[in-house]
Ligand binder design. Structure first.
Ligand SMILES: Cc1cc2nc3c(=O)[nH]c(=O)nc-3n(C[C@H](O)[C@H](O)[C@H](O)COP(=O)(O)OP(=O)(O)OC[C@H]3O[C@@H](n4cnc5c(N)ncnc54)[C@H](O)[C@@H]3O)c2cc1C
Length: 266
């Protein structure tokens, strides 16, 4: 690990000041990805700006058919939230399936989204539910947020403040997890809304994406059988030591069926 300065501001204004002082500084949330990168010397920022002490970044609220989750909310808090379990049970279930107990007690929704790991779970819920990512500068619709492998629409100096999830009619998530890390080899989030069906796939490509063919058929027939025969082309999907692209394409179909089944049970 290289040496770095450390700041622990207590307001969003002070974060902006700290970032202005150190242009290349990195925001520190739960540290579950960033600290690994520091230890492996893959990242060497001159300073870390710790977001722990900022009250505006915490908390869960449900109002006007929107569930708002502060960026520093831990996965374990989302999983245990009675409000989220009632409003969007699939979101609470997804959070409960992230990593292990330690990761869930440290990792945050803001850190997960900003990191945009191709196998992360939250991006599937955010894209599937058509959420808005609220930053200190603007609101970014989920459809415009995820740009590629570990790449998002966030600009330098921009931080996620909260995520606003509109309430769906019903939603479900299913993932085929890596047995060691529990990241998604493939995860599929399906969501039925008054304006149509959304299907978001994580783990299969460089970043989360929508499966539009599945959305079209599910809008007419929201059953697992409707997507049974839809197999995504393997071209462009991830191949790594864990799974090849054609296996991941197969998993997308299976996980989509399971996600629809889970949603239909609600
Ligand atoms: C062993 C292990 C298993 C895991 N398994 C899973 C899994 O099954 N599913 C899954 O989805 N994830 C998994 N994770 C990832 C974990 O869930 C964390 O969410 C993720 O590492 C990042 O969140 P964090 O809060 O730790 O962010 P950090 O590591 O602190 O930060 C990550 C990045 O986001 C930036 N950042 C942090 N907060 C903000 C913000 N508010 N605004 C803008 N940028 C910000 C940081 O500068 C950094 O670049 C796993 C991690 C580990 C170590």
């Amino acid at each position: 690990m290289y040496t770095f300065d450390y700041a622990r501001p207590e307001s969003l204004k002070d974060v902006a000041t700290a970032l202005r002082k150190q242009g290349e500084a990195k925001l520190l949330a739960g540290g579950q990805s960033l600290v690994q990168a520091l230890r492996l010397r893959l990242a060497h920022p001159p300073a870390l700006v710790d977001l722990q002490a900022i009250p505006e970044l915490r908390g869960i609220a449900v109002a006007n058919n929107v569930v708002s989750v502060g960026a520093m909310t831990r996965h374990a808090e989302v999983a245990a939230s009675r409000e989220i379990q009632r409003a969007i049970p699939a979101l609470a279930k997804l959070a409960a399936g992230i990593g292990d107990r330690q990761v869930r007690n440290q990792g945050t929704i803001g850190g997960s989204l900003a990191n945009a790991d191709p196998g992360a779970d939250y991006p599937a819920a955010v894209l599937g539910l058509g959420a808005n990512i609220v930053t200190n500068k603007r609101e970014i619709p989920a459809d415009k947020f995820f740009l590629g492998l570990f790449e998002t629409a966030l600009k330098p100096g921009e931080l996620i403040v909260r995520v606003d999830f509109p309430l769906p009619l019903r939603a479900g998530y299913a993932k085929f997890r890596n047995p060691a890390s529990r990241f998604a080899l493939v995860g599929v989030f399906v969501c039925d809304t008054t304006s149509g069906v959304r299907v978001a796939v994580t783990g299969a490509g460089p970043c989360v994406f929508r499966a539009k063919r599945m959305e079209k058929v599910l809008a007419k027939d929201f059953t697992p059988q409707a997507v049974e025969k839809i197999v995504l082309p393997a071209e462009g999907l991830n191949t790594d030591i864990h799974a090849q692209a054609d296996y991941r394409a197969h998993l997308v179909t299976v996980m989509a069926q399971r996600a629809v089944e889970a949603a239909a049970k609600l």
